[in-house]
Design a protein around this ligand. Structure first.
Ligand code: NAP
Length: 282
């Protein structure tokens, strides 16, 4: 990070990557939280008309005129962390070394501009599921983002008996949103507590390359195979009662999906609700 502020200039010019101006709005960064040197969250202003379902992602755009390929717009998908009732939109990002978009994004400051497409995307939403009793949210790294939005919504708390959030990271300092998760238990939405019973939400941190008391220490597929995840959560996993969302590292998503498919879980398809919904985070 070089410490300079570089407000993206929004130009009508015909440059590669341009999206028609009618398809996006320009917003302003209002808040930034740096978790460590490669993870940060940020909020942007939100148009009153911007709608999304918890679990969906937006496409954010930056204009750059200093790249090796010349001036261009660059767009990336980012899951929305904030709740649909928040007045802002929050996102959670990793800085990918030499990444065209994230290294630039990490240099932005409060007050800088950013583009957002009016349309939002993705099927990691609760309406994809057949009715179930427990909702399991399996994330690695920044893949926790959509699950924070889902857990901040009354829908998940009303539809399920138990909610289990599993977050696998390499190091303790990457367990972002731990405080947010804990605070959700006492959170009020429109005057109603999300949780009448705070134990309804089970949070399972996994740290694979360091030790942390209270956390598990193996990868999600291995923990599913050994039964350690169920034992730690104190809840049985089976496709009759469990609905599972998976988001994060594409290899983690694949490995976990295959393991669950072999155990009888069906991936939700368009118009065909199932037991499992997945999203690769990159
Ligand atoms: P990561 O390697 O995805 O690790 C996060 C957690 O997932 C760790 O607990 C890790 O366990 C586990 N994991 C990794 N592979 C797995 C697999 N096949 N099955 C099950 N669990 C698995 O780490 P990260 O820091 O979140 O991301 C890694 C890199 O991906 C970053 O350095 C970044 O460059 C890139 N990335 C790119 C984007 C993008 O938008 N382009 C977004 C996010 C990340 P282990 O410790 O055992 O590996």
């Amino acid at each position: 990070m070089d410490g300079t502020t570089s407000t993206p200039v929004i130009r009508p010019a015909k440059v590669p990557g341009e999206v028609p101006a009618s398809r996006y709005t320009r917003q302003t960064i209002t808040w930034i939280r740096r978790w460590n040197d490669h993870l940060f969250s940020f909020r942007i202003t939100r148009d009153a008309g911007y709608r999304f379902k918890p679990g969906q992602f937006a496409r954010l755009g930056l204009y750059r005129d200093d790249g090796p390929k010349g001036p261009r717009y660059i767009w990336r998908a980012y899951s929305i962390v904030s709740a649909d009732y928040d007045e802002f939109l929050e996102f959670y990002s990793i800085v990918v070394p030499d990444g065209d978009f994230t290294t630039r994004l990490a240099q932005l400051r409060e007050g800088d501009g950013i583009l957002i497409e009016k349309m939002n995307y993705g099927f990691l939403t609760l309406d994809r599921f057949e009715r179930g009793r427990d909702l399991w949210l399996l994330a690695s790294g920044t893949g926790i983002a959509p699950f924070i939005s889902i857990l901040a919504d009354l829908g998940a708390w009303e539809q399920y008996e138990r909610l289990v959030l599993v977050h696998s990271v390499r190091k303790v300092e990457e367990l972002a949103y731990r405080d947010t998760v804990e605070s959700l238990r006492g959170h009020e939405v429109f005057g109603e507590h999300l949780a009448a019973d705070p134990s309804k939400l089970v949070y399972v941190p996994i740290v694979t390359r360091e030790r942390l008391d209270g956390a598990l220490h193996a990868r999600i597929p291995a923990l599913l195979g050994s039964g350690a995840l169920e034992a730690h959560a104190g809840i049985k996993l089976d496709h009759e009662r469990s609905r599972v969302m998976i988001c994060g590292n594409p290899e983690m998503v694949d490995d976990t999906r295959h393991r669950l498919q072999n155990a009888g879980y069906r991936v939700s398809r368009r118009g065909e609700p199932g037991h499992m919904a997945v999203e690769n985070y990159w």
